[in-house]
Unconditional design. Structure first.
Length: 152
């Protein structure tokens, strides 16, 4: 079921990001979609950070569940930035996303790789110490994008 839902979301986001379908979607709608993607990511990163910081007890099953959702959403995130979605509703996306497409792709690819690694590590991590380093790597990948491609 999870794979079917993820495939449907990725398929829809890919359709929105390319060809005639993207031309039919208003920039404001794409921006809303993009913000929703990152809201979901943030919602699931928060408990991971809470566990890593010792603010909430480490729970392997919960950590894994959240890490897998972040990894899944990282596959959707790049499709939320089609050409033309840099204007319209309030957005913190910098123009560099589109003017430096190769650089943006590189940070997005790294985000996906680090999110996937975190989910993989979480499968066998019996203590928070075993996920802490990879959570830090995920955070750095997020920061690389935020520093260069997102306004404060």
């Amino acid at each position: 079921m999870k794979q079917v839902l993820l495939a449907a979301i990725i398929g829809t986001s890919t359709l929105l990001a390319s060809g005639p379908a993207a031309a039919q979607v208003k920039p404001e709608e794409i921006i809303k979609f993009r913000q929703s993607v990152y809201t979901v990511i943030g919602w699931h990163v928060r408990p991971l950070g809470g566990m890593v910081k010792g603010q909430i007890p480490y729970n392997q099953a919960e950590f894994l569940r959240n890490a897998e959702i972040v990894a899944d959403m990282s596959k959707i995130a790049p499709h939320a930035f089609p050409a033309g979605s840099d204007t319209g509703a309030t957005t913190r996306a910098k123009p560099e996303i589109w003017s430096d497409a190769a650089g943006f792709k590189k940070v997005m690819d790294n985000f996906q790789a680090e999110a996937a690694k975190l989910a993989e590590v979480a499968k066998t991590a019996t203590s928070v110490d075993q996920v802490r380093g990879q959570f830090g790597a995920l955070g750095k990948s997020c920061g690389a994008c935020h520093d260069n491609y997102r306004t404060k």
